[in-house]
Design a protein around this ligand. Sequence first.
Ligand code: FAD
Length: 392
Amino acid sequence: MRTQVAIIGAGPAGLMLAHLLQRAGVESVVLEIRSRAYVESRVRAGVLEQGTVDLLNDTGLGDRMRREGLVHEGIELGFEGKRHRIDLKALTGHAVTVYAQHELLKDLIEARLRVGGEIIFEATDVSIHGIDGNSPSVTFSKNGVAQELHCDYIAGCDGFHGICRTSIPDGALTAFERVYPFAWLGILADAAPSQGELVYMNHDRGFALFSMRSPTVTRLYLQCDPADDITNWTDERIWDELLLRFRCDNGWKPNMGPITQKSITPMRSLVTEPMQYGKLFLAGDAVHIVPPTGAKGMNLAIADARVLAQGLVDKFQTGSTGLLDRYSEICLRRIWRVQRFSWWMTSMLHRFPDASPFDRRRQMAELEYLAGSEAAARSLAENYVGLPLELL
Ligand SMILES: Cc1cc2nc3c(=O)[nH]c(=O)nc-3n(C[C@H](O)[C@H](O)[C@H](O)COP(=O)(O)OP(=O)(O)OC[C@H]3O[C@@H](n4cnc5c(N)ncnc54)[C@H](O)[C@@H]3O)c2cc1C
């Protein structure tokens, strides 16, 4: 088997890369370890930046998102029992769209299969070879049969636990990492969202986030210990804690309903540099992780895919490797700005176990500054709706 680009992983990075390459006439094969049903139902991110929305619309993927996505022109910050709205639209001219990651993946998979593009689901024992030479290849098994895929380039879009980053020789990459002393317990509840915009709440007992996935599904998170086990959290305990942290002077609270999914996700910031080694290019969570407080993980993965697609298209259409050679440099500028924003939101909104009374008062002063200063609010809004997607 032969293709131009072998893409490992059918997440937002891999499928968007395949989509953009296909539109430009560059062949690719996507290899995914999981089944299609699993990929299409895995609940993860849900906030699309304006630039991501524009990219989906410009490349023919926006129909269902425009119908079913929820456009949000603001977010709210809550502290000391009060909520303060940050008007994203008034401050930046832009908005964000709430559209679940797995819904976007369904659209990407459908679009790819419709044009005859290949996605090999349930590919096991995936292994990459020859990345520092001129004939890279990927070996894998499908239905117990060993296969080999020859290619010109390999795109490692296989997430944090994938095999691509760890296939690069020791010493070639440098990792910059911060692990936070807390995690997010996230639930999906069959309950209509009790208001139209996200609420980020800083409470003495820890952070909580009110969000939604559709007009009938509420998504809620609360800060917990990273060593905690989800079995310690009965539905009743989760609701008690959420209602306590969201308590507001005006009586607002999330609607309750049956919890259909719950999990605990650790929080870390990680960047691995560079993002390329020989014929292997890494994109998305395979090479960087942001804490979810800034709602950036999926958007960053898609931004990487856009730069990588353009670099590969340039190479196949003109022979120029100018953009490909600068892939890491271009992506890392954006990644570090997004890392800064995600770290800042995380630091401002969570309760750190070792926080002193000074730290706590400083957090409150920062939130009051945001609530009262247009300049401060604009800085948050500009980052939240997303920095421009630049290729230079
Ligand atoms: C539990 C969880 C909750 C999250 N919640 C949020 C949130 O609320 N907000 C937010 O902004 N972000 C959130 N994120 C982050 C966001 O979902 C990711 O940043 C995004 O999925 C990154 O896309 P990706 O394509 O780089 O990687 P992924 O989506 O991880 O896709 C990688 C793909 O590669 C496949 N794969 C892995 N190993 C192999 C292999 N060896 N061979 C073949 N295929 C392989 C995987 O099955 C997967 O389909 C969350 C992440 C997790 C893990």
